[in-house]
Ligand binder design. Sequence first.
Ligand SMILES: [Zn+2]
Length: 347
Amino acid sequence: MKWHSLIIAAFCAVLLLTNSLVGQGIQWDEEILVREREQREERFRHSGREIGPAFRVVGLEDRPRMEKTLLILATQARLSVIERADMDWEGTALLVWSSEQEFMEHTGFRPEHIFAAASPQRMTIWINEAAWSRSSPGDRQKTLAHEIGHLLLGSFPGGQELPLWANEGIVMHLADQWTFDDHAKLLWAHLFGRLPPLSELEETFPRESAAQSLAYRMSYAAVATVANAQGDEPGSVRRLMMRLSHPTRGVAFAEELRDPFVREGWQIATSRSLGSRFSTGVALLTGSTVLFIFAAILVLIGFWVKKSRAANRFQDEEDEEAWSESLTQQDVEDIYGEPEERWKSED
Ligand SMILES: [Zn+2]
């Protein structure tokens, strides 16, 4: 009985502690909202205008806790995007919490794959409730940052005129959506001469999943090349964003990316930035994945050789046994001599 009460008391203590820690986490995170508000006022002080909040949540009026969580997550994502872009939007964007049905009506996307989609024209991000709850916290943060990147890019004229590959590639940079695996997969495509032409990525991306992923990776690499030519560090698009945000020259720069001659130049430069196909082949063949596969194959071969040797030895012993069993007493004596002689010779 004593033990029972002790266990229950310990359980309650853990619950209380966890609850207070989680509570503290949210309180601490709320400071982000205050800090962001101050940053915004500071940034737009020169305009002399009253700047509203960066986000307003719609559709969660009856769930204030969820509303706050979403607002905090979106603000965290937004702050990381703003830091990378070094710019901000003036207006208030809407975060619309929607059912799968509403999400499809507004965005036209199949909701099983995407939980958030942005419309820069309406300064709105739609969130699909069902897909949101299925996604991981890391995915939520990255996807929110991606959609927020679209809003930011679409908030100035040059950003609105970009071809799709440039738009997606810039937003992927802003949301830091690039992994070692993406790089390796792009190199494989390069090795087999299968990099998609930028001319085919101007308005839409392929719907098929592998081709679509490759389209995004190609977009990232092409934007990295364009940004590099503006003086940006690898992984940064800060100077490229500055160029696009110029009130008059930004639009011209964006439109120029669609010019067939200019576009071909970026295609060649992107392909060249990945190295020659020979060096790519060498890099991939000495890459960790390939080495790992090679080592795994060697281990398997070793195991197979060992196993087949053991099987052969067993077979030899069996053959020997069958042979010795077939001998008559006379044969044994012929081969090994008289039993007594055998023991004598051992001495
Ligand atoms: Zn996108």
